[in-house]
Design a protein around this ligand. Structure first.
Ligand code: SAM
Length: 296
């Protein structure tokens, strides 16, 4: 076992791709990692130990899966590409703590599968090198979904990572930031060069770590409604909160009056742009509009 180089080394990656006559499918976001340091650093960022059960999205030829399996209690991996199943059977044959499911992650019934494959006695983490064509839907399904994870460590386009980890006042700060950071601490752990993949993507990549926010000062009356409200607040980024709120609630004189009074009650300057608001301020606004019956 120890004589076989790890899957994520450039030589082994090339050998596996050649052996199975694989060409990466662009339509499925297949950019395989061939940099063992990056793979190990991803697993370190997730602080994986035997206390952890890990979900991976898109194992590809198994490079990251192998690294996770060496540290975790068990791994459940979702791979949409049926052609990769015999490859994974081969490359991961020496590990008995990995279950591969041939399924679109976005269509998976996660609570049911977690119940079926994990024992409920371990921490639950997600670790993945995401397919970039579907980063945002996958991210939203994790953040808004019914399962609470102890940590989510995922690779994505740097541009998306900048938005997830932005602070107020930053040009990347927007609805995606607010939705993500309402429930999660979001950190950019490190950047990854296109050279670490085969084939090389056209964009730079980053590893983001999400961990649950332990005690948020202000809680929202309803998460789903809050996420919609946050999107509305940032609909026109260059406009003021006053204009954006009219986009959300309408421009009838009585509604405008309610918006004006609400902003005054919260000591919010109507001329400020939403990108300057902390998440707590946006939460306060949502809760106040809910109290007044404008937001349900
Ligand atoms: N984990 C491997 C690595 O790091 O080298 C491969 C990562 S590659 C960027 C993304 C993988 O996700 C591919 O294997 C692709 O087939 C798979 N994939 C794409 N869309 C998917 C989906 N909706 N559900 C599950 N897997 C998906």
């Amino acid at each position: 076992m120890n004589n076989i180089p790890e899957i994520g080394t450039p030589a082994r990656t090339e050998a596996v791709l050649n052996r199975y006559h694989l060409t990466a499918k662009k339509s499925l976001g297949q950019n395989f990692l061939k940099d063992i340091n990056v793979l190990k650093n991803i697993v370190s960022a997730a602080e994986i130990t035997e206390e952890d059960d890990v979900i991976e999205i898109g194992p590809g030829i198994g490079a990251l899966t192998e690294q996770i399996a060496q540290k975790a209690n068990s791994v459940l991996a979702f791979e949409i590409d049926q052609n990769l199943l015999p490859v994974l059977d081969d490359t991961l044959s020496q590990y008995n703590n990995i279950k591969i499911i041939n399924q679109d992650f976005l269509k998976a019934n996660l609570p049911e599968l977690i119940e079926e494959y994990f024992d409920g006695q371990h921490n639950l983490k997600i670790v993945a090198n995401l397919p970039y064509y579907v980063t945002k839907p996958i991210l939203m399904s994790i953040i808004k979904g019914p399962v609470n994870f102890d940590a989510v460590v995922i690779m994505m386009q740097k541009e998306v990572s900048n938005r997830l980890t932005a602070v107020p006042g930053n040009r990347d700060y927007g609805a995606l930031t607010v939705i993500t950071q309402y429930l999660n601490n979001a950190e950019n752990v490190f950047d990854v060069s296109p050279k670490s993949f085969v084939p090389s993507p056209k964009v730079d990549s980053s590893i983001v770590r999400l961990t649950p926010v332990e005690n948020r000062n202000e809680k929202v009356f309803d998460e789903k409604s809050f996420f919609g409200f946050a999107r509305g607040c940032f609909m026109h980024r260059r406009k003021t909160i006053w204009n954006n709120l009219q986009g959300v609630f309408g421009k009838k004189p009585e509604v405008k009056e309610q918006i004006k009074v609400t902003l005054e009650e919260l000591n919010i300057d109507a001329g400020v742009r939403p990108e300057d608001f902390s998440i707590d301020t946006i939460v306060k606004l949502a809760n106040k509009f809910h109290e007044k019956g404008l937001l349900s």
